[in-house]
Design a protein around this ligand. Structure first.
Ligand SMILES: *Cc1c(COP(=O)(O)O)cnc(C)c1O
Length: 361
């Protein structure tokens, strides 16, 4: 049954052989503050109403290939401009993949993004053999205007990804500068607004002012990470072509039904996310009062912090059953940085209590 090593080596290209699969650490038995999940369950009456809806599903049938009423709910929820079209993805990860796949024919296509940023842009580009130009952020994690402009002129990127707010740094980039970048970019600019529920800023309304802007959203960080539903909004002429790369049934029947149900209860999620925003400010202040911890401003549902020895703090937190993200292995600007997702008040206080004792040694 097992093929020889040579068979595998001859079959796959070096870029696949030499890369690693996206690693998701086990969180069994741990307080999970590593993946920007919403920690709150639904009210019991909502669960009951949802289960009643699920009874109407016919799993023997294919899902609706163009779920119009779901799209309508998403448009309304995200205030997508009337003239814009939307394309649904199995998470925004799939949309990133679709965008990158459009470049496969080009021999010298380049994708550009500031770094550090969401790792999927580089990871998927590299898997597909598409050139990726990472432009370093400044030490405060803001965009470097000259470097960005120069890189755009030099690389003439087909695609620019800007996470707004950025992950893993949590900050919003300067909006005026983003406008300039959209003006200068020869190709498409994709603003990834995964953290929109926690930020007070968006480029959604700006779709009307540009012909090369796309805005990407996801329901994951809102509180529906398990559904895998993201969407891209933008000019119909772009989305019409991108839609050719989308698998016809990429959004399964349970996701379609559940997302529409959830959006009909948007008030529940609004309450949860506003609680998370309040708790973010509280935890941020508490962490700032600790000596030797530097906390960065966040418009997302996580905080980035720098500690004296992130590997050690990460391991000690884990020993105390708290899982955060250790960004230190990425090096560079993220050396000794940890990212903690805002959990419930109890989870946040457990994290705070642990890190206090760890830092004090
Ligand atoms: C989490 C995240 C995503 C991925 O979202 P999914 O819809 O769950 O695939 C995309 N972009 C950024 C910046 C993220 O942090």
């Amino acid at each position: 049954m097992n093929p020889s090593k040579d068979k595998i080596r001859n079959f796959f290209s070096p870029r696949i052989l030499n890369s690693n699969a996206y690693h998701v650490p086990s969180a069994e038995g741990l307080i999970k503050l590593d993946a920007m999940e919403n920690p709150y369950d639904w009210p019991e009456t909502m669960v009951e109403a949802w289960l009643a809806c699920l009874r109407e599903v016919h799993p023997n049938r294919y899902p609706d290939p163009q779920p119009l009423s779901l799209k309508q709910s998403l448009r309304q929820y995200a205030q997508v401009p009337k003239e814009a079209e939307i394309l649904l993805g199995n998470g925004s990860d799939e949309i990133i993949q679709i965008l990158l796949m459009t470049l496969l024919g080009h021999s010298d296509a380049t994708v550009l993004a500031p770094e550090p940023t969401f790792v999927m842009y580089r990871q998927l580009a590299s898997m597909l053999g598409i050139q990726f130009a990472g432009v370093p952020l400044q030490t405060d994690f803001s965009l470097d205007p000259e470097k960005m402009m120069r890189a755009i002129q030099l690389h003439q990127p087909q695609l620019v990804f800007l996470a707004y707010p950025n992950n893993p740094t949590g900050n919003l980039f300067d909006a005026d500068l983003i406008h300039e970048l959209i003006d200068q970019a020869p190709g498409l600019v994709v603003i990834d607004e995964a953290y929109a529920p926690f930020a007070e800023a968006s480029f959604m309304a700006q779709l009307e002012n540009y012909d090369n802007l796309l805005v990407m959203r996801t329901l994951s960080k809102l509180g529906l990470a398990g559904l895998r539903l993201g969407f891209l909004a933008g000019p119909p002429a772009w989305l019409e072509q991108l839609d050719k790369l989308r698998l016809p049934y990429n959004i399964n029947i349970l996701t379609q039904l559940t997302a529409e149900f959830a959006l009909a209860h948007a008030d529940v999620f609004a309450k949860q996310t506003s609680q998370i925003r309040v708790d973010r400010e509280r935890l941020s202040k508490q962490l700032q009062s600790l000596p030797m911890v530097e906390v960065y401003p966040s418009a997302a549902n996580f905080l980035l912090m720098r500690v004296p020895d992130a590997d050690d703090v990460f391991q000690q937190l884990k020993a105390q059953k708290i899982l955060v993200k250790n960004l230190s292995p990425a090096g560079g600007l993220l050396k000794n940085c940890l990212r903690v997702t805002i959990g419930t008040p109890a989870e946040n206080q457990a994290f705070l209590g642990s890190i206090k004792t760890i830092i004090r040694g």
